[in-house]
Write a protein that binds this ligand. Structure first.
Ligand code: SAH
Length: 456
């Protein structure tokens, strides 16, 4: 049975927005037919133009805002604002936190079929701007000069900007300075179309607590022209720099890093600390991008683990061992597992650095290593998972259901896969007690949450 679509392409129509999608677009309904319009906020009325009709929904463009939401905030029309990946910047911060709380609630009900789970108000930031400790920007060329910044939406055209509103000032400055130096030395940008040129990405990482800066130059070629001059200039002009690293990526790909990494100057790592635990971070390892909120997130994970000092803990997807070492101080022992070998090297170094002797780390896929541990008799009392956006592998969830740790703490950067995985755990005998969203990514639609789960 096909229903007629009540709008047609290129039609202008007045609508009222009822909701926001998970990527921050306003949702209007015309006779029940949803139309997604970037920039619209719930409660607002607008005249829109219908741009595209797909099966079951359409897309529109805002033509004129007819009635404003009280949650709308004025946004300056700079390119940094327009293209900087801040999809929610036109929504007040209070509104953003409410949006994220609703997101979590909705997916828990819709995808997880979990009624009655306590979802707490989102823990937000006092100052929700300039928080990111890392940037990786693509480099291009215009009029013989290097440019870098953001891609225009749905394109590979680079918008040249030195100012990201969500990166720490030290990170913005590092990117800008390296770009200038490379420009002065006549280093060519990589060209995606011709697969020629040299410099693909500039990456900057900054330890907020220590003030240490790392610069990573990603190039297509194994040689960098004027390498020693380049390195000297970076070290001179960026006094915080402690590590300059070269990564070679000679492939035709969207993936940023290639296989080969070497240190050009200084240390292989920079250091940072969270809640008194010190961490070494190498160029390719995952490290949370919002240092202020990371502490809030980890404290919550620690609280939900309810450790007494007697527990054996497994930290799956452990990265450089951040959560593992946080928990090790309160547990009998911790076993961390992570797929990136460099991250595990960092994790081991980090345990040593902090004099923590009850944490062990293994390289491998969590879904393969943890079943092996279980077979060998290593049973956890508490299992922490912090998977990438796609969520936990099914094999890992099955192992959890067999192993039956008394508690599972699920740290998630994607509420939809969190809800999906919680359903599997519920069906296998676990109960989700509460969920605490933490705003790790203000101005964006990304949403982080920690769930406390117990064996029934
Ligand atoms: N808990 C860490 C890292 C979380 S990010 C922190 O808070 O910093 C998720 C991590 O999972 C990344 O380091 C990624 O490399 C790793 N990862 C991705 N797939 C994996 C898998 N199948 N098994 C183990 N680790 C994996």
């Amino acid at each position: 049975m096909s229903k007629t679509i009540p709008v047609h392409r290129n039609q202008y129509i007045d609508v009222t927005f009822e909701d926001l999608t998970h990527d921050g677009a306003g949702v209007a309904k015309v006779d029940g037919f949803p139309i997604f319009v970037p920039g619209g906020l719930p409660g607002e009325k607008a005249n829109i133009k219908v741009i595209k009709i797909s099966k079951g929904y359409g897309f529109g463009r805002m033509e004129e805002l007819l009635q404003r939401s009280t949650f709308r905030v004025e946004v300056t029309e700079t390119e940094a604002h327009k293209y900087g990946g801040c999809q929610l910047q036109h929504l007040s911060y209070e509104g953003q936190l409410e949006y994220k709380e609703n997101q979590v609630r909705q997916v828990l009900t819709r995808i997880g079929k979990l009624e009655n789970v306590k979802v707490h108000p989102v823990l937000g930031m006092d100052n929700p701007w300039h928080y990111r400790n890392k940037a990786q920007v693509p480099v291009g060329e215009r009029d013989g000069k290097l440019i870098s910044g953001f891609f225009k939406p749905r394109s590979h055209e680079i918008v040249d900007t030195n100012e990201s509103l969500i990166q720490l000032p030290e990170v913005n400055e590092a990117i800008q300075t390296v770009k200038e130096i490379c420009s002065e030395l006549g280093i060519k940008a990589y060209n995606e179309e011709t697969h020629k040129g040299v410099l693909r990405h500039i990456v900057a990482r900054f330890g907020k607590q220590t003030g240490e800066l790392m610069v990573v130059l990603v190039t297509r070629t194994s040689d960098i022209p004027h390498k020693s001059k380049l390195v000297q200039e970076i070290a001179d002009r960026l006094p915080n720099v402690k590590s300059i690293v070269h990564n070679i990526n000679s492939k035709k790909t969207n993936v940023i890093f290639g296989r080969e990494t070497s240190v050009l100057w200084g240390n292989e790592v920079i250091y940072d600390s969270i809640g008194g635990v010190k961490f070494a971070i190498s160029a390719l390892s995952f490290y949370q991008v919002n240092p202020v909120q990371t502490k809030v997130l980890y404290d919550k994970a620690l609280e939900y683990a309810e450790l007494t000092g007697q527990e054996s803990v497994i930290d799956a997807y452990c990265g450089i061992g951040t959560i593992s070492l946080f928990l090790a101080q309160k547990a009998k022992n911790v076993f961390g597992v992570e797929v990136v070998p460099e991250a595990i090297e960092d994790a081991k170094r980090n345990a040593e650095l902090n004099g923590i002797t009850n944490a062990e780390f293994a390289v491998g896929e969590a879904e393969k290593v943890i079943p092996k541990w279980y077979k060998d008799g290593n049973k956890a009392d508490v299992l922490v998972v912090d998977p990438p956006r796609k969520g936990c592998d099914e094999a890992l969830l099955r192992t959890i259901l067999e192993m039956k740790p008394a508690k599972v703490v699920y740290v998630s950067c994607n509420p939809a896969t969190l809800a999906r995985d919680l359903r599997i755990l519920e069906d296998g005998g676990y109960k989700t007690l509460e969920v605490q969203p933490v705003d790790m990514f203000p101005q964006t639609t990304h949403c982080e949450a920690v769930a406390k789960i117990e064996l029934r």
